[in-house]
Design a protein around this ligand. Structure first.
Ligand code: ASP
Length: 322
């Protein structure tokens, strides 16, 4: 009898090795608060908290250098299960953009799982004289040398999208980097910058409110979100093959215990089915990934494929930083 009790206690203890988390968990967002990556993280945090015994999830914004500062912070954090990174496509574009990154993308992280895909929109200040994509192109042609394009720094999705757009049109624009597209949006709303490519998780409500002008979506197919359904794709407007979609994934520092990673992955999978999270994301044009893509191995395989896909495109554009 005693033995059985001991066995039960031992099992409970083994369970308590899994009594993680027993203090708040930090999720680093490598961009400014109030922006699209932050929106995904903060909505996900609410769902994750429910699926991690109501333990608090603290979202920490470490913006700058196109997301690489925040990623570096997590790569160097203690692998104790209390620091994670929620990053986007920049995880795969930065290796080609930076001559020396302060971390190794494929070696310094544990891959926890993919989250969602978010299309981008090409938007402009409300005072731009153009009212649709064709008029925008005419305005760009007529204003060469005077156009400002906001982005979240080298390595950001807005940088990649803006780079491809300038290349496709063969029009150079002055890029204005921010720590994220939240502060960039503030300047777009204030008319200090002309244009920006940004995720629908940041632009949809501003478009709906008529505070910015929307010209096109960056995906190959039109979107179904009511506020964005009438927007043409860049591909259909003559930029053949233009297709940029921002995906998000969750990472931990290399060496984070497997038991913690498994538990976080299970919580992530449940959270991706959380009705409030799904509703919020879908209303902003985001698409949840299928369950298979939330597996760590599949997540890592996808990032490897994205590095291979974007590297040559970025190198061909001759873009890099030290
Ligand atoms: N949308 C930003 C980007 O261009 C990042 C952000 O602020 O979430 O990558």
């Amino acid at each position: 009898m005693k033995k059985t009790l001991f066995a039960i206690a031992a099992l409970a203890l083994a369970g308590s090795a899994l009594a993680w988390p027993d203090k708040p968990v930090t999720v680093v967002v490598p961009f400014a608060a109030g922006g699209p990556t932050d929106k995904v993280a903060r909505d996900l945090a609410v769902a994750l908290q429910k699926n991690l015994n109501n333990q608090s999830i603290v979202v920490e914004n470490v913006g700058g250098a196109g997301g690489t500062l925040g990623a570096a912070r997590v790569a160097k954090a203690a692998p104790d299960g209390y620091t994670f990174l929620l990053h986007h496509i920049g995880m795969a574009t930065s290796p080609a953009l930076y001559r020396s990154l302060p971390y190794k993308t494929l070696e310094d992280f544990e891959y926890v799982g993919m989250i969602n895909e978010v299309p981008m929109t090409l938007v402009g200040r409300s005072t731009l004289p153009a009212n649709n994509y064709a008029e925008l192109v005419k305005w760009l042609e007529a204003n060469k040398g005077k156009i400002n394009l906001a982005n979240a720094g080298l390595g950001a999705a807005s940088h990649l999208c803006g780079l491809l757009f300038q290349q496709a049109l063969k029009i150079d624009m002055t890029t204005i980097p921010y720590k994220g597209t939240a502060p960039a949006m503030t300047d777009l709303l204030g008319g200090q910058v002309d244009l920006m490519c940004d995720q629908t998780t940041n632009t949809t409500t501003q478009i709906e409110a008529g505070k910015i002008k929307a010209f096109a979506v960056t995906t190959s197919k039109p979107l179904t979100t009511p506020a964005l359904a009438k927007l043409p794709t860049l591909d259909s407007q003559g930029l053949k093959g233009f297709n940029v979609s921002v995906w998000h994934g969750l990472y931990a520092p290399r060496g984070t215990p497997k038991a913690v990673l498994d538990q976080m992955n299970a919580a992530l999978k449940k959270s991706l089915q959380d009705p409030a999270f799904v509703r919020s994301m879908e209303s902003l044009g985001a698409v949840m990934v299928t369950d298979a893509r939330t597996n760590p191995a599949e997540h890592k395989r996808f990032v490897e494929a994205e590095i291979a896909k974007w590297g040559p495109v970025i190198r061909a554009a001759g873009q890099y930083a030290d």
